[in-house]
Design a binder for this molecule. Structure first.
Ligand SMILES: *[C@@H]1O[C@H](CO)[C@@H](O)[C@H](O)[C@H]1NC(C)=O
Length: 495
C-alpha cells in the first residue's frame, strides 16, 4: 500500500515522456559554432583589476580547455563611456556627465587613473596610459578594445588606437564609442547637429574612414544597445563598411533599472529565450550578407544590479539556452559583461569568488567541446524543455544536451521530465551522461550552495576545478535510450 501511494504520487509529478529522433547528420537549421562563441566583456576601468585576480586566468583557461580555443575578450562598456557601479545605468539617466569619460594619456605611468568614493563605485572620469595596452596584450584570446567617441576628440582616440595596434599582437577589433544610441544632443560629438541614429551613422562613417588609414580595417561597428544595426549596415556606405570587421549589438533581456522588476522563471524559460533571441535574427543575417560577423558584443542577464536573479543557478541555465539559441539564429559570439569587481551581480567570477552563472558557461562549453562544429535544436513541443545535438566537422552527432527550464524554487516536489531518444547509431550498450544540478534555481554557488557538475565537480574561489566529476550510465537498446532531467537541471549525454 505504501509503495502504491508512492507510485501514484510519482505519476502526478512525472512529466510525460518525450520522444526525440537524433538525426544522423546535421539537420537543416543547424548552425556553425565559432570557437569563441562564449566570450567575455570587461568593463574598461575594471580591466586592469581583473588581470590581478587569479580567478581570471583560471576561469578563462577552464573554458579554453573545454573548447580548444580561448574566449575572446572585449574591453569596453560603461566607463569607455558610462557610469554605473552595477554594470549599466538606467537609460533615462544617461546624462552627458555620465558618458564617454575615458581619455588616453600617453604620459600616464599606470594603466588607469581615477578616483572613486568607495571601492564599489565606478569612476566618473578616468585616464589611461600605454601600459593599459601592455596588460591587454598579455591576454591569450582575441581582444577588442573600445575607444571614446562621445567626447569628440578624434586625435585622442587615434593616439590610443595607434598605441593599441603597436602594443597588442592579439588586437582583434576596435570600437569607436559605446552605445551611441544613448548619447545626448548635448554630447560634444553632437554639438550643433543634435543626435539621432542617422546622425550617428554619418558620424561613425566619418570617424571610421578617418582612422582606418592608420589603424586598418579593424573596426567593430554599431555597438548599439537599443538601435537595430541593420540600418547602419545598409546605409553607412561602402567606404565605411569596408573598414568594419564585425557588427556588435548589446543585449540584456531584463533590467532592474529604476525599480523595474526582474523575473527568474521568465529569464530561464525556454520559449521565452527562443522568442527573445529571435529579435536579432534579421540583424545577424544583414551583417552576414555584408560579409561581417555578428556579435552580441556586450550581454548579460539583467542591468542595474541584476534584480536578485543574475547570480543564481537559474541564470546559469539561462546562459546555456541563450548561447545555443543565439548561435542558431546567427550570432557568432556572445561577450558576457563583467563590471566592477565584487560588485557585479551577473559576473562569473570576482575577488575570491566564483558565481553560479559560470557553471552554465562551463557546461555549455563542455557540450560544444573541442570537436563541436555545428549545433542543432532537436524538435520538441514542450516549451519548458530545450534539447540540442552537437555535430563534428564530419557531421557525426557527438553529444546531446537536455535542459529542463521549468522553474524549481526549492519548495514542494521537484518535477522530472523523461526524454526518449531514438535513431542512435549504437544498437545496444551504455552511454555516459553528465549532470549539472543545484538544490534550486535560486542557488548561489558563492554562498556555498551545492551547484555541481557530474555529481561533485565545483570551482574553488580562485576558479580552479575542485571535487570529482563523474558520469551516469545510460542503457541503450534498440538504438534508443531515455534520460530523466528534473526541473531546473541540465544533462549532457555523450553519444
Ligand atoms: C590621477 O587622477 C587624479 C584625479 O582623479 C588627479 O588628481 C591626479 O593628478 C592623476 N594622476 C596622474 C598621474 O595623472
Amino acid at each position: 500500500m505504501a509503495r502504491l501511494s508512492v507510485i501514484l504520487a510519482g505519476l502526478l509529478w512525472l512529466r510525460q515522456a518525450h520522444a526525440v529522433v537524433v538525426p544522423s547528420s546535421p539537420p537543416s537549421g543547424a548552425a556553425t559554432v565559432d570557437p569563441s562563441l562564449v566570450s567575455i566583456s570587461m568593463e574598461f576601468f575594471a580591466f586592469p583589476g581583473y588581470t590581478q585576480l587569479s580567478g581570471t586566468n583560471n576561469c578563462l583557461n577552464n573554458l579554453a580547455s573545454l573548447r580548444g580555443a580561448q574566449p575572446a575578450i572585449r574591453i569596453g562598456g560603461t566607463t569607455q563611456c558610462v557610469f554605473s557601479p552595477y554594470g549599466k545605468v538606467p537609460r533615462y539617466s544617461c546624462s552627458l556627465s555620465h558618458r564617454d569619460r575615458a581619455t588616453y594619456d600617453a604620459n600616464l605611468q599606470s594603466p588607469v587613473n581615477y578616483t572613486v568614493a568607495t571601492p564599489a563605485d565606478a569612476p566618473l572620469s578616468l585616464t589611461y596610459g600605454p601600459s593599459f595596452f601592455t596588460l591587454a596584450s598579455q591576454l591569450q584570446g582575441q581582444v577588442t578594445v573600445g575607444l571614446n567617441r562621445q567626447l569628440n576628440n578624434e586625435a585622442n582616440s587615434l593616439a590610443a588606437g595607434s598605441r593599441a595596434k603597436q602594443s597588442m599582437g592579439n588586437l582583434f577589433a576596435i570600437e569607436l564609442g559605446n552605445e551611441p544610441d544613448l548619447y545626448a544632443s548635448s554630447s560634444p560629438i553632437a554639438s550643433g547637429t543634435g543626435w539621432s541614429e542617422s546622425i550617428d551613422i554619418s558620424n561613425e562613417a566619418k570617424w571610421l574612414t578617418a582612422l582606418a588609414p592608420t589603424l586598418g580595417n579593424i573596426f567593430q561597428g554599431a555597438v548599439y544597445l537599443s538601435w537595430n544595426t541593420q540600418q547602419l549596415v545598409s546605409s553607412i556606405g561602402s567606404a565605411a563598411l569596408n573598414t568594419i570587421k564585425t557588427i556588435s549589438r548589446h543585449s540584456y533581456p531584463q533590467s532592474a533599472c529604476g525599480g523595474a522588476s526582474t523575473n527568474l522563471p521568465n529569464l530561464m524559460n525556454h520559449a521565452g529565450i527562443v522568442s527573445y533571441v529571435n529579435q536579432y535574427k534579421a540583424e545577424a543575417t544583414a551583417a552576414h550578407n555584408a560579409g561581417k560577423k555578428f556579435f552580441l558584443g556586450e550581454t548579460n542577464s539583467a542591468t542595474c544590479g541584476g534584480g536578485g536573479i543574475s547570480p543564481t543557478f537559474g541564470a546559469a541555465l539561462w546562459i546555456i539556452d541563450y548561447v545555443l539559441q543565439s548561435a542558431l539564429i546567427g550570432v557568432d559570439r556572445l561577450y558576457f559583461h563583467h563590471g566592477t569587481i565584487s560588485n557585479c551581480a551577473y559576473c562569473w567570477w570576482g575577488q575570491n569568488a566564483v558565481f553560479s552563472p559560470y557553471y552554465g558557461a562551463v557546461f555549455v562549453s563542455e557540450f560544444l567541446g573541442t570537436d563541436g562544429a555545428k549545433v542543432a535544436a532537436l524538435s520538441d513541443t514542450d516549451t519548458g524543455m530545450a534539447i540540442y545535438a552537437v555535430y563534428s566537422a564530419a557531421g557525426t552527432p557527438l553529444r546531446l544536451l537536455v535542459l529542463n527550464t521549468n522553474y524549481f524554487d526549492g519548495t514542494g516536489t521537484r518535477s522530472s521530465t523523461t526524454v526518449s531518444f531514438t535513431g542512435i547509431a549504437t544498437a545496444s550498450g551504455t552511454k555516459q551522461a553528465k549532470r549539472l544540478t543545484a538544490p534550486s534555481a535560486t542557488s548561489l554557488a558563492d554562498q556555498g550552495a551545492a551547484v555541481t557538475i557530474g555529481g561533485g565537480g565545483r570551482f574553488g574561489t580562485n576558479c580552479a576545478r575542485t571535487g570529482t566529476e563523474g558520469t551516469e550510465a545510460v542503457a541503450v537498446s534498440n538504438n534508443a535510450f531515455s534520460v530523466a532531467v528534473k526541473a531546473s537541471e541540465a544533462l549532457i549525454v555523450n553519444l
